[in-house]
Design a protein around this ligand. Structure first.
Ligand SMILES: C[S@@+](CC[C@H](N)C(=O)[O-])C[C@H]1O[C@@H](n2cnc3c(N)ncnc32)[C@H](O)[C@@H]1O
Length: 322
């Protein structure tokens, strides 16, 4: 078998030859919030360019590969939920694991199959070590119980993506002492004042994106508050409903919630908000009408949503307490 970097290089070269990297770079001209708002992730998952974007974000992908190197051993059975290009499955197979993967999007599934055939032919992975299924991970039943589940269906605040519902299904098939990559996600909220380019709709989403050179100019009005932690190794409620009193530390016009998430690996490695470009960037949810706040005010935030829904579908209420 070839060295660690070679599989990565081979997949990048495959995607480049098929014109996918060029197409991805062109797609950076559309804002991520517009794209996510237009897509229907529950029915189709992400599209091919999102799968390629995952590999293009080398920092994101290397966090997961490092964890696979730490946690997967020869003879393990690994299940990947949402395979994308299949890169994480291929790394697990190169370490001697038997790998099952499922993917909801037929075009992405086809791409992963083509890359799998290519890697088998070039002897990067053993023949038949990887089996992919075109199936929704929320209802998938793997052929055998597994030692490791890999699922990167993560979005800041657990909006848009269905990691919770996926893990609630798949942990039923995890052996005792089995592990989940990643293990947890925690989400943090602050009130902020954003210099919006126009008058945004209430709950309109704004996302920073280094690749698109989009920065959201803002001022934080309160200290960060950890409002949610989800442990993927246990079944979780799919709804969140939190009421939090938050102290204003700097006066101004409260016109948005800034939310960011941190992803925790089984090795306890934490992927922080600025560590990758495509995984858990900070997001801003507009609050309209805005409210004027002074230092020392207590503002009660009530936030309710179903994991996987859009921020526009959340219930967000803000009330001054003093
Ligand atoms: C963020 S990508 C990650 C791809 C790959 N795991 C990686 O790390 O490079 C998530 C993938 O999961 C797929 N997906 C989303 N929801 C799914 C579901 N319910 N069942 C199976 N696949 C799903 C998407 O189509 C996409 O290919």
């Amino acid at each position: 078998m070839n060295q660690k970097m070679d599989i990565y290089q081979e997949i990048m070269t495959f995607c480049r030859k098929h014109g996918l990297i060029d197409e991805l770079e062109k797609s950076f001209l559309i804002s991520e919030s517009d794209r996510f708002n237009q897509s229907n992730i529950s029915r189709f998952g992400l599209n091919i360019l999102d799968a390629v974007h995952c590999v293009y974000d080398t920092k994101r992908t290397n966090f997961f590969i490092d964890e696979i190197y730490k946690k997967v051993s020869k003879g393990n059975v690994v299940l990947e939920a949402g395979i994308g290009t299949g890169i994480l499955s291929f790394y697990a197979a190169s370490l001697g694991a038997k790998v099952y993967g499922c993917e909801i999007n037929p075009d992405v599934f086809k791409l992963a199959q083509e890359i799998k055939n290519h890697l088998e032919k070039k002897k990067f992975i053993p023949n038949s070590s990887v089996e992919f299924f075109l199936h929704d991970a929320i209802t998938f039943i793997p052929p055998n119980n597994v030692d490791v589940i890999v699922s990167e269906n993560i979005y800041t605040g657990m909006f848009f993506e269905y990691q919770v519902q996926i893990m609630n299904n798949l942990i039923k098939y995890l052996n005792t002492n089995g592990i989940c990559i990643p293990k947890k996600i925690r989400s943090i909220v602050s009130f902020s004042q954003v210099a919006f380019p126009n008058n945004p709709h209430n709950k309109e989403l704004f996302v920073t994106s280094p690749e698109r050179n989009i920065k959201i100019s803002h001022r934080i009005l309160s200290s960060p508050y950890e409002y949610d932690e989800i442990d993927f190794t246990n079944k979780s409620n799919i709804f969140i409903n939190k009421t939090i009193p938050i102290l204003i530390e700097s006066g101004g016009l409260l016109n948005s919630l800034m939310i960011y998430s941190e992803v925790i690996m089984p090795s306890e490695k934490v992927i922080k908000k600025d560590d990758t470009t495509f995984l858990n960037s900070e997001i801003f949810i507009a609050i309209n009408p805005k409210i004027e706040v002074q230092k020392g005010d207590y503002i009660e935030l009530n936030i309710q949503y179903r994991y996987g829904n859009k921020p526009q579908d959340a219930l967000i209420n803000i009330k001054k307490l003093n």
